[in-house]
Design a protein around this ligand. Sequence first.
Ligand code: HEM
Ligand code: HEM
Length: 164
Amino acid sequence: MKVLRSLDFWSSFLILLFTVMFAAWVYVNWFSLSFFVGDLFFVHWVGLAATFFVGVMVPVYYVLKRKSPKKFKLLLRIHVFGNLLSFLLISVHFAQNTGRLSGFPSKLGDGLVLFLVLSIIVATGMLVRFGAKMKFVRYIKFVHSYAVVLFYFVVAFHVLSFFI
Ligand code: HEM
Ligand code: HEM
């Protein structure tokens, strides 16, 4: 299979593997990352920065891709690796919070839904990018692109819920 010879595929795979392992470690050792920077937990800043990157870079990618089709390969690489690294950081935020709140499952809500939506976006992104000649890639790409609307909606809810 051609995809197994792709450096981008193996790099993405390794980032995801590291994400799962590191998030599992953070979940168990959540107290190690329970320190404040300013008014917020360090991991909240990490989640904020990564979510900001994803939220801003999606429309930037959308516009640049159409404006400079010759740079598509570079833009797609930035899209894939920028978002995978953001997913890694968001997973750290997610794992620390779910570890910290593991005795209080009723306190988990929109953050959990948000992580699920993002995981679907990442999984479908992997399939669209590396799924070779999959029959249903058109539908998977549709899910990948339009789940973003849900992502923005739940992010807004997650952030606003701390102020309400
Ligand atoms: C995709 C991005 C994000 C995911 C998956 C996520 C996930 C979570 C989860 C699972 C929790 C535990 C409580 C709950 O389920 O609601 C949580 C709590 C929290 N998140 Fe996020 N989050 C994200 C982005 C953000 C952003 C952008 C901020 C902005 C500051 C943020 C700030 C917080 C804060 C302050 C808490 C603690 C709430 C508390 O202790 O009551 N998160 N997050
Ligand atoms: C995690 C946050 C991500 C978001 C919010 C996101 C969002 C999007 C959106 C909205 C599009 C449609 C762009 C357009 O129509 O011009 C798209 C396309 C695409 N995404 Fe993602 N994506 C994310 C992560 C990823 C990841 C991790 C991968 C691969 C591992 C990926 C691979 C792709 C591919 C292959 C396309 C189609 C290429 C194209 O025609 O532009 N995405 N993404």
